[in-house]
Design a protein around this ligand. Structure first.
Ligand code: ATP
Ligand code: MG
Ligand code: MG
Ligand code: MG
Length: 468
């Protein structure tokens, strides 16, 4: 059976293509026409109109490998990265979809067949959850009954709506989910032993303004499975970061870290940098550039967080361009846009690293002084004004201040921070967002790359962006 990340990606597409699913390319990380969404965060995003009945798909079945970023908005796993074995900011979501075609029976049968037959996973290690039901919605007895032909009863659990009921918004299509978990064995700490690998969503109801659920005439299926988690399970490793998708990057960072540090701290830093290098490459390739707000600010936070962890682990600077380049070489076969935008990606990484590394030490020194203040220690909270000053003067993102505060068992006064006026220029915001591959292509890369850097520099000095 397939084991490498690239093979698994291929195997998934082939399996569903052979079962009449149209292979659909990933959409950009920057959603077109969807202001409600910061980044693509699930395979279903690009099919939203099919589920809502606003558009008709070419075929009633689809399969995709979707680029996802969960580092802001409704789904934000940024703080988890480095600390759980299973979360990334950027990851690839494998998904199969039925638009009013097959439903629960086939969705479960297909998932089971792929995992146990094509990948040869041990059926005894698999378990499933179904929706437990609540005040307004009945439990998903249908899914439970189907799972009973695959799993003993004790390996089917019922979970509440927070985990196992999905809805697109307050109204509209919604329905119960069923998650597939893999038992990594008793050697794993409780939280990590049962790993969620695949989520099957059964879009079954239409919820109206009053909260009433009406069965949809043609129920649909939306599934999502993280490629990195699947690889961890198939390769029998403890963490996504130990799979072939990450191992080279993680080892490269570890090899550059200071020798006299706690190995756990170095490992965390290596995971953070490996993850953030990938996210940086993919976001820039899809047209996002560092900025002081919106999507560009999420990228900037990711870059700055990587720098802070690099410094903590004693990784000599600059390291971001090199690590980002490693991420590109590892992924460019599957994602050619990385190769096409390589030049731009590396220049932006270098520029951001250089620009922040000068102030990082000063900013961290200031933050240490704030944390040492008696009144701050007593309240176990960093005042909003201090957090704001660190942001405004040194460009230290609030998330980073919070992360450092957390490391000291403290928090940050959010309300006071947000009460402050919006800071800093956003001069190149317009070119930073939603314009994938406008800067780079088969031709003209040099000139376009220069324009971007000129824009970055202009933002730095507060002057307007030069015209193209
Ligand atoms: P978790 O509970 O572990 O945070 P989730 O329930 O939020 O996962 P879903 O929204 O159900 O995740 O997404 C479908 C699948 O995508 C998950 O089963 C998992 O395999 C994968 N996935 C979700 N979030 C991440 C992430 N941050 N990094 C890597 N893979 C992820
Ligand atoms: Mg989650
Ligand atoms: Mg979950
Ligand atoms: Mg889930």
């Amino acid at each position: 059976p397939p084991t490498g990340g690239a093979e698994l990606r291929r195997a998934f597409l082939d399996f569903f293509a052979a079962r009449d699913h149209l292979v659909v390319k990933s959409s950009s990380l920057v959603p077109h026409d969807d202001p409600t969404l910061l980044f693509a965060n699930a395979g279903m995003n690009q099919f939203k109109d099919y589920f809502l009945g606003y558009a008709t798909p070419e075929k009633p079945r689809a399969v995709s490998v979707q680029k996802c970023v969960r580092a802001g908005g409704k789904h934000n796993d940024l703080d988890n990265v480095g600390f759980t074995p299973r979360h990334h900011t950027f990851f690839e979501m494998l998904g199969n979809f039925s638009f009013g075609d097959y439903f629960k029976e086939d969705a479960i049968a297909l998932a089971w067949e792929f995992l146990t037959r094509d990948l040869g996973l041990d059926p005894d290690r698999l378990s499933a959850s179904v929706f437990a039901g609540d005040r307004t919605t009945p439990p998903d007895e249908e899914a439970r009954a189907i799972w009973k032909s695959y799993l003993p009863e004790e390996r089917i659990s019922a979970l509440p709506a927070a985990e196992n009921f999905w809805s697109m918004g307050d109204t509209g299509p919604c329905g119960p989910c069923s998650e597939i978990h893999y038992d990594q064995g008793p050697a794993y700490p409780d939280d990590d032993r049962y790993l969620e690998i695949w989520n099957l969503v059964f879009m079954q109801f239409d919820r109206d303004d009053a909260g009433t659920l009406t069965p949809l005439p043609a129920p649909s299926v939306d599934t999502g499975m993280g490629l990195e988690r699947l690889a961890a399970v198939v390769q029998g490793v403890r963490s996504n970061y130990d799979t072939d998708l990450f191992a080279g990057l993680v080892t490269a960072v570890e090899g550059r870290a200071a020798r006299d540090l706690d190995p756990g701290a170095v490992r965390t830093a290596a995971r953070v940098i490996a993850d953030h290098a990938r996210a940086t490459a993919f976001l820039i390739a899809d047209g996002v550039l560092p900025a002081n707000e919106g999507r560009g600010y999420v990228l900037r936070k990711i870059l700055r967080r990587a720098l802070r962890f690099g410094r903590k682990a004693g990784v000599p600077e600059p390291f971001l361009p090199e690590m980002t380049d490693l991420a590109i070489s590892g992924m460019a076969d599957a994602w050619p846009e990385l190769g096409l935008s390589r030049d731009l990606i590396l220049r932006v990484a270098a520029f951001e690293e250089e620009r922040f590394s000068g102030t990082l030490a000063t900013a961290m020194g200031q933050l240490d002084r704030v944390l040492a203040r008696g009144s701050v220690q007593d309240a176990a909270e960093v005042p909003g004004e201090d957090a704001f000053r660190l942001y405004d003067t040194f460009g230290l993102p609030l998330d980073l201040v919070e992360e450092v505060a957390r490391e000291h068992g403290m928090s940050v006064d959010h309300e006071a921070f947000e009460g402050k006026p919006a800071a800093a220029s956003t001069a190149y915001r317009d070119i930073a967002e939603g314009q994938p591959t406008r800067f780079l292509g088969y031709d003209g890369t040099e000139a376009d790359g220069c324009r971007v850097l000129a824009a970055l520099a202009a933002e730095e000095s507060g002057s307007p962006v030069p015209a193209p």
